[in-house]
Ligand binder design. Structure first.
Ligand code: GDP
Ligand code: IMO
Ligand code: MG
Length: 455
């Protein structure tokens, strides 16, 4: 496998966070791949197989769910940190599929023994609970489901917090302990499911244990105490790239609650999800689309449920990497970006999918919200109920006619595209370090401090 050829002479000993500033799918996988050559280690710190990170190398497209995106670059060690929820079935399938495509997965992968395990019943519970929420109409008759990926993320993190019924990756390697623990879990869960009248398949502890042990044996070579491993790597002068999954507006504490995921996807999740203190993060690159998308339920002030939204969806091929669902599309919301940049301590921005906006005669950017009482605010409202009541107030910029996917430096962009990016820098008050005009490595326009990249 060809290694990432981006200027490997430039190797600052910096640790960098790559974090999504919207509702996910901003192009984090592409940026992580682009930046890997400047780091030694890539670490996932949150989420699970709800993530779908796309990396395009040459004519090959890879969709990664649990494996860090550095797995495609030979010199990188990839760590699945303790904050991730690991579905061993998905992980083993993902490893096998990559190996079949000629990618090396061996001692370039480490999995935390303290990461929590997604079991089959977590996925059943996720689906059943969503169905219950969809059926249980609120007073207004709304569907109250979150629109989860049904990957068992919420139920697994809930078990983590409940403690007694949770399983960690290290438990999969202890047969006797695992069997007796799964028996206990099945007793407790069976009673709970019956009481809740949730429509989930009955639990078979012996079968669940046998399956878990087989999967445990498959991942055993990679399992270690990643906290000490990461500290050792850092002490040895290795530079670390933190790969955020999901995105800041889906953060359990700071997102559009309750329409969020169940982990801290902002950079604030890094210390807890890796065991490395926050002071290790030297730089945070905030990843944003040049417009906005969202999958699943929840407020989205700038959503365009009209021809504009359809046009963005078709030009951007906005269909979920994990679930294939059509993504909801709309104009850029800089009120949200200013907020998520603040929460994540973002030091520079990557503006992705700018090519999708070509051929629009005008482009809108939401700069503040009008509240139901007529007043205005430029502060984000991380509460689904209140956010659903705001009206976006837009600034309109001229578009550009020509396609831009052949651009290779910022100066190649049409004047109006350059102005769009420049206006974002002014409004968000952060420098744009990367502009992306297509999924390939070569379609990445970088500031002179970063060397360009070959496919
Ligand atoms: P992630 O979850 O943040 O890694 O993003 P996804 O991989 O789920 O979704 C981003 C999609 O946009 C993927 O299909 C990428 O290949 C694609 N993509 C990334 N950057 C660009 C870009 O600049 N232009 C276009 N047209 N597609 C891009
Ligand atoms: P990446 O890393 C887009 C959304 C789901 C749903 C909500 C809760 O590819 O950007 P969950 O299954 O986590 O309980 O679902 O969060 N969601 C994502 N949307 N990209 C993601 O990840 C997402 N991860 C979770 O659609 O609305
Ligand atoms: Mg994605």
């Amino acid at each position: 496998m060809a290694d990432n050829q981006c200027g490997s002479d430039l190797r600052p000993s910096q640790n960098t966070a790559v974090v999504g500033l919207q509702w996910g799918d901003e192009g984090k996988g592409k940026v992580v791949d682009f930046l890997t050559s400047r780091h030694d280690v890539v670490v996932r710190y949150n989420g699970g197989a709800n993530a779908g990170h796309t990396v395009v190398i040459g004519d090959q497209r890879y969709a990664l769910h649990l494996l860090p995106s550095g797995i495609l670059s030979e010199h990188i060690v990839n760590v699945i940190g303790n904050g991730v929820v690991v579905d061993p079935e998905v992980l083993v399938d993902e490893i096998d599929a990559l190996v079949d495509r000629g990618i090396t997965v061996s001692d370039n992968l480490r999995i935390s023994d303290r990461a929590h395990v997604v079991m089959p019943y977590h996925k059943d519970h996720d689906a059943a609970f969503e169905a219950l929420l969809a059926g249980a109409k609120s007073a207004g008759g709304d569907d109250r489901s979150i629109g989860t990926t049904k990957r068992g993320i919420g139920p697994t993190y809930a078990d983590k917090v409940l403690r007694s019924t949770a399983l960690r990756v290290g438990d999969l390697l202890k047969p006797d302990y695992l069997r007796s623990k799964i028996r206990m879990i099945c007793d407790v869960r069976g009673a709970e499911m019956q009481a809740l009248k949730l429509d989930v398949p009955p639990l078979n502890p012996e079968k669940l244990t046998d399956q878990a042990l087989v999967l445990g044996q498959r991942i055993q070579p990679y399992v270690t105490d990643t906290v000490y491993w990461l500290h050792d790597a850092r002490n040895a002068g290795k530079s670390i790239l933190f790969e955020g999954a999901n995105a800041c507006l889906l953060d359990i504490d700071h997102g559009t609650y309750p329409f969020v995921t169940s982990s801290n996807c902002s950079t604030l999740g890094i210390p807890a999800g890796t065991g490395l203190p926050g002071k290790c993060i030297d730089k945070a690159v905030g990843i944003m689309k040049a417009y906005c998308t969202r999958v699943g339920g929840g407020p989205f002030p700038t959503e365009q449920t009209n021809a504009t939204g359809d046009r963005i969806r078709e030009r951007g091929q906005e269909y979920g990497t994990t679930t294939g669902r059509p993504r909801r599309c709309g104009w850029l919301d800089v009120v949200a970006i200013r907020y998520t940049s603040m929460i994540c301590g973002v030091t520079s921005l990557a503006v992705m999918l700018l090519d999708v906006l070509s051929t629009f005669s005008e482009l809108k950017i939401c700069t503040y919200y009008r509240l139901p009482d007529g007043s205005t605010t430029d502060r984000f409202i991380p509460d689904a109920d209140r956010l659903s009541q705001v009206e976006p107030v837009y600034e309109t910029l001229p578009g550009w006619d020509e396609e831009i996917d052949e651009a290779r430096i910022r100066d190649d962009l049409p004047e109006n595209a350059q102005q769009y990016v420049h206006r974002l820098e002014e409004l968000i008050e952060l420098p744009v370090e990367i502009v992306s005009v297509g999924p390939k490595r070569s379609q990445t326009l970088v500031n002179p401090s970063l060397a360009p990249c070959q496919d």
